[in-house]
Design a protein around this ligand. Structure first.
Ligand code: CA
Length: 361
């Protein structure tokens, strides 16, 4: 009896040892032992200050944090796929990862725009609050899951500039016939006020403005606009960036590829995206002030405020456009309701915190 028990126990132990020493052949556990190599396509010129550099840092961080178990090779816009085909490329698995801005995908889903920038909407701090702790991220994940994508917030520029104009803007009438590069909801608003919005990739802005193919462009702000030399082809720079008060940049991951990762690599992707989200805003906060000084002191450029009546018209029209878009489908309405509720609360709080402090210091 005792001997039989001993033999049985030995057999089990031997079997367990054999199972342990057997090399893994399939499943997520096996995947974790082999280095995984991903491609990241982006909507920015390779290593472009702020945006492209942020994407590059994200890729580098994932490689380092995973000890090389997951590496990401970054492609600038046009290197693997054109800048505005990032969404499709990652959705279809041509690349496992992308870095872009969700407002470029309004043709796929109107609601996507709420996860990037809404005219007169939330700033960077408020976007982070809504996405991470106010229900925004859950809605974003729900939307992108339909496209086999998992989104992450991965950068923010802070409040942008209203843009560079070849002619002065003194009244709402000056927006009539204005051909301007301005993507997303901001472009829709300009159109309602008689302008002609176009969306062209950042890398083409200088030439378009120089040749007069467009009359104006918004891009980002002093840091990036100076890098493109926009001040040499348009003399009038206006503020504030009503159209993009704190756009969230996105890291999107092919859902099939993400789901196949072991849990620790998934956590690394998420943490690296979050770190990038934070770091990019710090980068812009630092570099924009330096570039503003360069524009003012070395190039004699004075940024000008948009006239009050222009701002008022833009704000009223923005509200109408946003509400109209929200009514287009049930999901967009849900996203808008969540966004608006958070924004109203943030405005009440920030009236007595951020705004009061800015005014007081
Ligand atoms: Ca912009």
């Amino acid at each position: 009896m005792e001997r039989r028990r001993f033999v049985a126990a030995t057999a089990i132990t031997a079997g367990a040892l054999a199972a342990c020493s057997r090399p893994p052949t399939a499943g997520p556990a096996a995947a974790s032992t082999q280095p995984i190599h991903w491609k990241m396509v982006t909507s920015w010129p390779a290593n472009f200050p702020g945006l492209g550099a942020g994407a590059a840092r994200l890729a580098e961080m994932i490689g380092k944090m995973s000890g090389g178990r997951l590496t990401v090779k970054v492609f600038g816009g046009g290197e693997l796929v054109p800048p505005f085909e990032v969404f499709d490329a990652v959705s279809q698995g041509t690349a496992e990862m992308g870095h872009s801005g969700a407002y470029y995908w309004k043709g796929k889903a109107e609601a996507a725009q709420f996860f990037c920038a809404v005219p007169f909407g939330m700033n960077a701090q408020e976007m982070n609050g809504w996405l991470y702790h106010g229900g925004g991220m859950e809605l974003w994940r729900e939307l992108y899951a339909k496209f086999n994508l998992v989104p992450f917030a991965a950068g923010n520029t802070g409040v942008q500039c209203a843009g560079w104009f070849r002619k002065e803007i003194n009244s709402v009438a000056d927006l009539q016939g204005l051909k301007m590069r301005i993507p997303g909801l901001g472009g829709e608003v300009l159109q309602r006020l008689g302008g002609s919005p176009v969306n062209i990739p950042g890398a083409e802005l200088f030439t378009a403005l120089q040749t007069g193919a467009i009359d104006a462009t918004e891009w980002v702000g002093p840091y990036n606009d100076l890098a493109f030399g926009l001040h040499t082809v348009a003399q009038h720079c206006y503020y504030p960036g009503w159209q993009e008060p704190g756009p969230t940049l996105e890291c999107m991951v092919n859902k099939t590829a993400f789901d196949a990762l072991p849990a620790d690599l998934q956590a690394i992707v998420e943490a690296a995206a979050r770190a990038t989200n934070d770091d990019m805003l710090a980068d812009y906060t630092t570099q924009n002030q330096r570039a503003l000084q360069t524009l003012e002191s070395e190039h004699g450029i004075s940024l000008k405020p948009l006239p009050d009546d222009v701002i008022a018209a833009l704000r009223t029209t923005s509200q109408a456009v946003i509400e109209e878009i929200a009514r287009k489908d049930e999901f967009t309405q849900r996203v808008y309701d969540s966004y608006r509720t958070y924004l109203e609360g943030a405005k009440r709080w920030h009236r007595v915190s951020e705004m009061a402090y800015y005014a007081a210091r």
